[in-house]
Design a protein around this ligand. Structure first.
Ligand code: NAD
Length: 260
């Protein structure tokens, strides 16, 4: 149970992050939601977490590409709930293009949101975790933290980076009852995956069906998408006492993709 604990999940207005936030709330944690989206939909998600799980939920609109906004988000969470005990670095975006056509601003943006934001949240949240002598840091990495695909240079670089950052943090924090791990999903059916289909069609000259079957599920021997609830269940497990000796791990949930 995570009763009396607080979880901050970046990029939790949609997809995997929202499923993780709900699953942690179901364990009794107070929740800080973060991410972009339609104001009414975000408020419905926030209020829904409170009413469904009987916890408190706040929303921060902090932009994960802005270090000052990230520091303020963590400070506000600590002021509101007294702690950030569980930190889930999940915000992420994708962009698909050959390197020579890849816009430099997109590269900077993906490195900032998918990688540097996790440094900034940890920088702000670790002192409190150390002071309380307990913490869980979970980073949503990707199969692309272990292997590459063409046309995803910034994403693959950022995800390999977060895998290294997680290992370093795990070593630094091991004496403090704070674990740091990556969850590395294969293809999970979310808005992020749906949105990259048109550009992948263009970059590879394929139809939508071909992208789904021949690019996405081709990588996944089970021929099924991972579900957001499966990823969330692993995040809950990593917060449990049973997982206290799992740290510095990069746990795949990819239908066999990276076994190949
Ligand atoms: P999604 O698009 O459904 O959700 C992304 C979330 O990040 C949203 O809440 C969005 O508002 C938020 N976000 C984007 N830019 C932000 C910014 N600048 N500041 C704050 N929040 C921002 O995507 P998803 O598939 O749920 O992805 C979540 C994470 O899982 C990402 O890190 C992604 O790389 C990773 N992942 C996804 C898959 C997949 O197949 N869907 C596979 C492996 C890893």
């Amino acid at each position: 149970t995570l009763k009396t604990k607080t979880a901050l999940v970046t990029g939790s207005t949609s997809g995997i992050g929202l499923a993780i936030a709900r699953a942690l709330a179901a364990e009794g944690a107070n929740i800080v939601l973060n991410g972009f989206g339609d104001a009414q939909a975000v408020e419905e998600a926030r209020a829904g977490i409170e009413s469904t799980y009987g916890v408190k939920a706040r929303y921060s609109a902090a932009d994960m590409s802005e270090p000052d906004a990230i520091a303020a988000m963590v400070r506000e969470a600590e002021e509101t709930f007294g702690a950030v005990d569980v930190l889930v670095n999940n915000a992420g975006i994708q962009f698909v293009s050959p390197i020579e056509e890849f816009p430099a601003e997109k590269w900077e943006q993906i490195i900032a949101i998918n990688l540097s934001s996790a440094f900034h949240t940890m920088h702000a949240a670790i002192p409190g975790m150390k002071a309380r002598g307990w913490g869980r840091i979970i980073n949503t990495a990707s199969a692309h933290s272990l292997v590459a695909s063409p046309f995803k240079s910034a994403y693959v670089a950022a995800k390999h980076g977060i895998a290294g950052l997680s290992k370093t943090a795990a070593l630094e924090l091991a004496p403090h009852r704070i674990t740091v791990n990556c969850i590395s999903p294969g293809y999970v059916w979310t808005p992020l995956v749906e949105a990259q289909i048109p550009d992948t069609m263009k970059a590879r000259g394929l139809t939508k069906e071909q992208v789904i079957e021949d690019v996405m599920l081709k990588a996944q021997p089970t021929k099924e998408f991972v579900t957001v609830d499966q990823v969330a269940a692993l995040a809950v497990f990593l917060c449990s006492d049973a997982a206290s000796q799992i740290t510095g791990a990069n746990i795949s949930m990819d239908g066999g993709w990276t076994a190949q």
